[in-house]
Ligand binder design. Structure first.
Ligand code: SF4
Ligand code: SF4
Length: 247
């Protein structure tokens, strides 16, 4: 951890308070260099009521990890306006209910370890103290745990941990750089969900599997089920892990 990261435990008081009254209001949504997880992208495109293709094309840029070949989706910031987030307004975040997990967590950083025996996850937190943010030192009566609850971040963390598990599997089984076609599988199944759905339902992409009728029916409208199927399909296609439906 860098010296401006202060480890905190869930029971510590949160020495931070963000407010629209602070003269730094919205500064944290400028100079953006923010990666989005598949679950972030899912929530945002549904908030905007647009397809994954339109969301990805309009609001994000695609890069590839130079060592891993993994696709990385980032917000496309506005260079004419201090590289601000496409969703910031003078009143604050216009997609607040569906803002990404990293926006919810800020200014906390979260790291996890997973037990090899039980799969149980242990979380660690640190406060990232940045000079531009005037919220530091403003004590609240909330503990870190209560503050996190207020940010409604558990669901994002739970879904994002599935991506971390997939990346960890990749590092174990395919430690080098993914080939183009492998990266495309990753991108299609995790980020371009509406295209993934269309390829399953209209082009029989998963015809080699006997997908239960119930699941096929669900993925017509349920993006979270579709993303879970996408995670399993990537594990199968890239790492040879069998898909067990109903898990
Ligand atoms: S810079 Fe810090 S205090 Fe200011 S609006 Fe952002 S999070 Fe809140
Ligand atoms: S999504 Fe909202 S909170 Fe996150 S950077 Fe953009 S405007 Fe700020």
């Amino acid at each position: 951890m860098t010296e401006d990261m202060i480890p905190v435990s869930p029971e510590n008081l949160m020495k931070f308070n963000c407010s629209a009254e602070n003269d730094c209001f919205n500064d944290c949504c400028q100079d953006l260099n923010q990666a989005l997880t598949p679950y972030d992208a899912l929530r945002l495109k549904n908030n905007l009521g647009i397809s994954s293709q339109d969301f990805l094309k309009t609001y994000t840029s695609l890069h590839y990890g130079p060592e891993s070949g993994l696709p990385v989706i980032e917000f496309k910031p506005n260079p004419g306006k201090r590289y601000e987030c496409p969703f910031v307004t003078p009143q604050g975040c216009s997609v607040y209910e569906d803002r990404p997990g990293s926006c919810r967590m800020y200014p906390l950083a979260r790291a996890i370890t997973r037990s090899r025996q039980t799969g149980e996850i242990t979380q660690y937190f640190a406060l990232i103290e940045e000079p531009h943010c005037k919220g530091f030192g403003r004590e609240t009566r909330q503990t870190v745990k209560q503050w996190l609850k207020g940010q409604d971040v558990d669901k994002h963390n739970k879904e994002n941990d599935k991506l971390m598990e997939l990346i960890s599997l990749k590092n174990q089984i395919l430690p080098g750089k993914l080939e183009g076609a492998q990266s495309d599988i990753f991108y299609l199944a995790l980020y371009d969900l509406d295209e993934f759905r269309a390829q399953i339902l209209e082009k029989d992409l998963l015809k080699e599997f006997s997908i239960p009728f119930d699941l096929l029916r669900k993925i017509k409208t349920d993006d979270e089920e579709l993303l879970n199927l996408g995670l399993n399909w990537v594990k199968y296609m890239l790492f040879g892990v069998n898909i067990i439906f109903g898990e």
